[in-house]
Design a protein around this ligand. Structure first.
Ligand code: LIP
Length: 273
């Protein structure tokens, strides 16, 4: 693919994320009128999720008919002339449980993967009008301003995001929180992995760990963190795209602490300067 095609997709993804966010915030302010269903324990889906995912899928298909699409709520759709190596991965509302209860920690997440590499990551928080964007080699940006991960050298120098879902044995998450607290750190759970990853890229959180997360929740955030100078584990290994995986991201100065907190000893795949 030529650079123009990547740049075009990068720009269009940001436009669509903003358009989707504008619709989502309207639902958020009128959430009493929205039907909500349970997909599992503590795992909700609303009509807003479905409507916004269909909007994003339609807009991307019109602009890039050769690309495939994988969405949290509608699954995978092949492009008209798909070659099977270009895929949009989308969560229309990441943090749905927060969304339905009126908690303002949710976002729209759009990622683009080509030949197994994440090349575009866009996360839009409509409540605070914060658009996070990264392209492979473009750096990471928040509302047009360059962002970078924290320069902290110690887990105790800030807050670490910890995610949890009912897919995971509570002991895994509780043990991670225990290790973090005993390392002098402090945890926070937003209910949106994507937004937490964007906050790591912006230096607001020192790192993020979740024992299992889905690709549509994290691929955009992974690119944001790596383009902002952070370390990320190899989420896509072992078919992470379809099966999900654990997620560990970190400011470069506390990778050892984050690996300790997560309980795994994965080697860094990005040597950060
Ligand atoms: C959410 C994730 C979060 C996880 C939640 C939930 P959703 O995604 O972003 O990391 O801890 O349980 O899965 O379901 O709101 O799109």
């Amino acid at each position: 693919m030529n650079g123009e095609s990547l740049k075009t997709r990068y720009d269009v993804a940001q436009t669509i994320a903003r358009q989707a966010g504008k619709t989502a915030i309207g639902f958020f302010h009128n959430r009493g009128d929205i039907a909500v269903r349970m997909k599992g324990a503590q795992d909700r889906v609303s009509d807003a999720d479905l409507l916004i995912e269909r909007f994003i899928r339609r807009e991307l298909a019109e602009r890039f008919p050769e690309d495939d699409f994988l969405g949290e709520e509608t699954g995978q759709t092949q492009g008209d002339s798909s070659m099977g190596d270009r895929l949009w991965v989308v969560d229309p509302i990441d943090g749905t449980d927060c969304f339905v209860f009126g908690i303002p920690t949710w976002c729209v997440s759009i990622a683009w993967v080509e030949k197994g590499k994440i090349k575009i990551g866009v996360i839009y928080d409509p409540v605070h009008d914060e658009l996070y964007a990264a392209g492979l080699g473009y750096g990471a940006w928040l509302n047009g301003e360059r962002i970078s991960v924290s320069a902290a050298e110690d887990c105790g120098a800030g807050i670490v995001g910890i995610g949890h879902s009912s897919r995971v044995d509570p002991a895994l998450t509780l043990d991670a929180i225990d290790r973090l607290l005993r390392s002098g750190g402090m945890f926070q759970r937003t209910g949106s992995g994507a937004l937490s990853l964007a906050w790591v890229a912006a230096g607001r959180l020192l790192g993020y760990f979740e024992p299992h997360i889905n690709s549509w929740d994290c691929l955009a955030g992974i690119l944001l963190v790596s383009e902002a100078g952070g370390w990320t584990n190899d989420f896509l290994e072992n078919d992470g795209l379809r099966r999900g995986n654990e997620i560990i991201v970190s400011a470069p100065g506390i990778v050892e602490c984050m690996r300790h907190v997560s309980g795994v000893t994965q080697k860094p795949i990005l040597e950060t300067g």
